[in-house]
Design a protein around this ligand. Structure first.
Ligand SMILES: Cc1ncc(COP(=O)(O)OP(=O)(O)O)c(N)n1
Ligand SMILES: Cc1nc(C(=O)O)sc1CCOP(=O)(O)O
Length: 456
């Protein structure tokens, strides 16, 4: 129940952040991207619009610049009413607007993150040429951070960036203008972001991955996520790590709207967090089912068992939930050691990741003890089956990646069961595959129950 008191408490702790930027009618970049990002990161977003662009996924068609006094009126309205400490700027359009923003930043003591937006990816100028020098001379000296991409960093520093060392030189040159922190995004030839803290003269590298998907508005989304995390008390490096992850999920879950470059989905991160909870809950329930099944102890392998379920679009072991200490046999019963978390499994997680390369819907697996009886029961249950032989494994591969790929390739599609008869010092194993952890646990328990009937 929301009472007046609890609402007030919430208002007391919600940071208010301000974006000073242009509007993108296509809803992918600019103010629209910023406000959606702020909302999904639990800060209250406010705005001062600098320019109204008629824009879509194919580019900027026209821009209607607002007078600097209208920009400052909006900033005044917000800052005289609310406790605004953190702000960001995006499209500033003209030298006069840049000058006005610098004045307002000083007047209200704002910690501003300047995204030095110069042009839209799909085409369209967003900052007049004569405004660049004003940005360097008047706004950056009063800024907390700036987030140029490689092209913008070159334009601000005058340094050609062809290597990580060049990027470091450029970051130092930009910081010399007076801005405290410089975050160069996008890497030179990789997805690494560079964070430079001028006060300590320290660099941090934030690794990333190239993600296929819509990227329109990625710069705006990154800088607004960075601002939101800073407003929530993160350090500049932690905020840069978190903002990168936010944008990666936004690109991954972008929706295919428009005829050009699809916009980043600023709700993607929230959706992924909700999905993470679902995957954890499903895996935890499945683990409990196995622990509560006395017959499952018959299927506990010598090396122990693990049950794993991956996030949709999983690419790495840390995208897969499993038991962090495996399931073992203790006094004739299955016993879960540890708890369920992401990145907890190596073997079963790799089985799932290799399977998802063929069928992204098959996101779960459990390994069980190998025996001829188990294989006969699987056949009897009508489960589709394939296998691999460790003797055929080439050198320098990971058995789980190679074996699963081999078994699926030779069967022609993803089967429900993949087995191997073991090798020198390697236990033979059966793996059950399915859409979620509860499904594979149910199949494993049915196999265990049938095995009990067969053997007793
Ligand atoms: C109004 C407006 N502001 C900024 C941009 C540039 O956005 P960015 O996030 O750099 O993304 P791209 O447009 O380059 O894809 C913009 N387009 N419009
Ligand atoms: C050691 C081992 N090998 C397996 C196989 O399927 O061959 S399953 C397994 C145990 C589970 O390992 P983890 O906790 O790394 O997923």
């Amino acid at each position: 129940m929301i009472t007046e008191g609890s609402n007030m408490d919430e208002m007391d702790i919600t940071p208010v952040v301000l974006t000073i930027a242009g509007s993108d009618s296509g809803g992918g970049a600019g103010i629209e991207a910023d406000i959606k990002t702020f909302g999904s990161l639990y800060v209250h977003g406010t705005c001062a619009i600098t320019s109204v662009t008629s824009q879509n996924t194919t580019g900027v068609k026209s821009a209607y610049e607002l007078p600097p006094s209208v920009v400052s009126d909006q900033i005044d309205a917000v800052c005289t009413d609310m406790d605004v400490r953190w702000a960001k700027s995006g499209m500033l359009s003209s030298a006069d607007i840049v000058r006005q923003v610098a004045r307002s930043v000083k007047e209200y003591g704002l910690h501003i993150i300047v995204d030095p937006v110069m042009a839209a990816e799909a085409g369209g100028k967003l900052l007049n040429e004569d405004a660049v020098s004003v940005l360097k001379e008047e706004l950056l000296p009063v800024s907390y951070a700036t987030t140029p991409n490689i092209g913008e960093a070159q334009a601000l520093s005058g340094i050609d960036i062809n290597s990580r060392e060049d990027a470091k030189d450029a970051a130092r040159a930009i910081a010399a203008l007076g801005v405290k922190n410089v975050v160069i995004t996008g890497g030179h030839s990789d997805a690494v972001d560079l964070v430079y803290e001028s006060e300590s003269d320290l660099f941090a590298e934030v690794p990333g991955r190239f993600i296929e998907g819509g990227t329109h508005g990625s710069g705006c989304t990154y800088s607004s996520a960075l601002t939101a995390y800073l407003a929530r008390g993160y350090s500049i490096v932690d905020a840069a790590i978190a903002a990168k992850e936010f944008v990666e999920y936004g690109i991954l879950l972008s929706r295919n709207v428009g005829k050009g470059v699809s916009p980043v989905n600023q709700m993607g991160y929230m959706q992924m967090m909700a999905t993470k909870d679902e995957v954890l809950t499903n895996t935890e329930e499945a683990v409990k089912m196995l622990e509560d099944s006395p017959n499952f102890s018959r299927l506990v392998a010598e090396v122990g068992c693990n049950i794993a379920m991956a996030l949709p679009h999983a690419r790495k072991v840390s995208d897969v939930a499993a038991v962090n200490g495996r399931i073992v046999r203790l006094q004739g019963r299955p016993k879960v050691v540890g708890c369920v978390g992401f990145g907890a499994s190596s073997h079963v997680a790799r089985i799932v990741l290799a399977t998802m390369e063929f069928d992204p819907e098959v996101r779960a697996s459990v390994n069980i003890k190998y025996s001829q009886n188990v294989l006969a029961i699987c056949e009897d249950m009508g489960l589709t089956m394939s296998s691999f032989s460790r003797a055929e494994e080439p050198e320098h591969t990971h058995t789980m990646d190679w074996g699963v790929t081999y078994a699926i390739d030779s069967y022609g599609r993803v089967p429900a069961i993949i087995s191997d008869a073991g090798g020198m010092g390697k236990e033979p194993m059966v793996r059950v595959l399915g859409r979620d952890a509860i499904e594979v646990a149910s199949i494993a328990i049915e196999i265990a129950d049938r095995l009990a009937v067969m053997e007793d």
